[in-house]
Design a protein around this ligand. Structure first.
Ligand code: HXC
Length: 261
């Protein structure tokens, strides 16, 4: 399926197997309105269904990954609007993407921007990245996973400080606390995110998918349940052509030729 015409995002295939989705509302620092999140999720879903794409990169601009949900759009909403309207609050489409997503984050990743980055599978940050959950300043709290994912990533004490007092994390702090994979100079962060996505894309895509699925279960299941889930995926991979190829290639001292089957 080809991409429709988008107004608030850009899409590209910057390297073999890598689908790039870029937020593009610079005038509002990529504030996440319904149109832009909808277009971004649609683009990711189209890449997810495309066998030529193995991994996606989600990015913004150098100045802002995304400065949060669009406050101007949210300002007039009632609780019932928010509850009923899938537009602002239903970001679960992002969680249903099966292929890995690398967030390439520069500048502001605030509120919903931080939450979207944390919902991705890995984060490459530029030196200028700033992570935060400033919702408390608006009389609300994070509503797309911030209280849960940030707490799991950095621990309760720091998550409380970030969410209760709008403490911001620099890129270096985010690295130290385990929120991001690496920090790169601003002129390199996108390139490095694309390279990381390419590395994922060079592996057996069946195994990559099972691995993403199993790691994400670590968020949701007890250790005992998670271990059972992991073991099922592990055994299941013994039915794939790629498992036979991977092990034969090792024994024959050659590079594996993945079929993604
Ligand atoms: C709407 C926004 C915006 C936002 C910035 N803008 N953030 N518009 N929603 N979240 C707009 C500004 O109004 C301004 O446009 C333009 O972008 C540039 O912003 P400035 O404030 O002039 O830039 P600067 O002084 O550099 O400050 C940058 C900033 C600040 C620190 C990021 O803009 C800011 O604090 N933004 C709000 C951050 C925030 O509270 N995010 C959480 C939102 S709640 P105009 O036209 O006015 O000049 C949320 C809940 C998620 O995310 C729930 C998920 C379901």
């Amino acid at each position: 399926m080809s991409h429709p015409t988008y107004e608030t995002i850009r899409v590209d295939v910057p390297a073999q197997g890598v689908g790039l989705v870029q937020f593009n509302r610079p005038q509002s620092l990529n504030a996440l309105n319904a149109q832009m999140t909808g277009e971004a999720f649609t683009a990711l879903e189209i890449f997810d269904a495309d066998p030529a794409i193995h991994c996606m990169v989600l990015t913004g601009s150098e100045r802002a990954f995304a400065a949060g949900a669009d406050i101007k759009e949210m300002a007039g909403k009632t609780a019932v609007d928010m509850f009923a309207g899938a537009d602002v609050t239903d970001w679960s489409r992002l969680m249903r993407i099966a292929k890995p997503i690398v967030a390439a984050v520069s500048g502001f990743a605030l509120g919903g921007g931080c939450e979207i980055a944390m919902t991705c599978d890995m984060i490459v940050a530029s030196e200028t990245a700033v992570f935060g959950q400033p919702e408390i300043n608006l009389g609300i709290i994070p509503g797309a996973g911030g209280t849960q994912r940030l707490t799991r990533a950095v621990g309760k004490a720091l998550a409380m400080e970030i969410i209760l007092t709008d403490r911001r994390l620099s890129a270096e702090e985010a690295l130290r606390f385990g929120l991001v994979n690496r920090v790169s100079p601003v002129e390199l962060y996108l390139k490095e995110a694309i390279e990381l996505a390419q590395k994922v894309g060079e592996r057996s895509q069946v195994a990559v998918r099972m691995a993403k699925d199993a790691v994400n279960k670590a968020y949701e299941l007890s250790l005992a349940e998670g271990l059972v889930f992991e073991k099922r995926n592990f055994y299941l991979l013994f039915s794939t052509e790629d498992r036979a190829e991977g092990m034969n290639a090792f024994v024959e001292k050659r590079k594996a030729n993945w079929k993604n089957k």
